[in-house]
Design a protein around this ligand. Sequence first.
Ligand SMILES: [Zn+2]
Length: 252
Amino acid sequence: MDIIYPFIWAFGLCLGSFAGMSINRYQRIYAGEKINIISPSSHCPHCKKSLKPMMLIPIFSYIYLKGKCYFCKKEINKSYFITELIFLAVTVTLIFFETSILNILVLLLIFCFLYILLITDYNHFFLPIELNLTLLFFSICSAALNIHTNITHALFGAFFGYTVLYVINFIYKKFRAIDGIGFGDFILLASLGALYGVYSIPFILFFGSLFSLVIYLFKEKNKENYVPFGSGLILGAFLIFFLIEIELLRFI
Ligand SMILES: [Zn+2]
């Protein structure tokens, strides 16, 4: 496969742009703005003018417009540019590790939804159901392509991923009378179980808990003392991806 196959680069950049926009919109939705993920179309937060197609890809607008709005010349939030750079790095990594174009595209889609969920859970302690279910769908697609597991292991993985956290939360609730783990985390672990197969679940939980602890220690404390467990699970899943690719872990 030609590693400079331009379609994959373009796809990665478009997903980066979509992720940056989605994270920004969830932030505004939680702040009480009456918008949704699709409308209104992307616009400058200062002058409210709609962005031209080329400006939707932050890397180009940063290079050509030096990080400023084309219309009002006010500075654009750097987080879009950073998100885009991360997606570029992930695209390069996937091209390096994977040989099939279809595998790369599916894994890029999975990364995109994991990334939005990671940031949204970190900022708001919430995993939007529409993102979570889309991720589950793409995880099952990846198993259908036999990327990291097969479809049987994936379906068991989804079932046990959901059930493990459901049962832990059920027991916790018996003693403390409140939920200890959010419903979104059940679906997230179901997706990760589908992505890597049923045997990966103890590893995801182990690494996920370690990363959650690290986040808890370093993140500014909130008054409810919540921990973004979903973000921890996703960081654990990224680590597992590397361990599989460098052949230190195998679940099938
Ligand atoms: Zn502007």
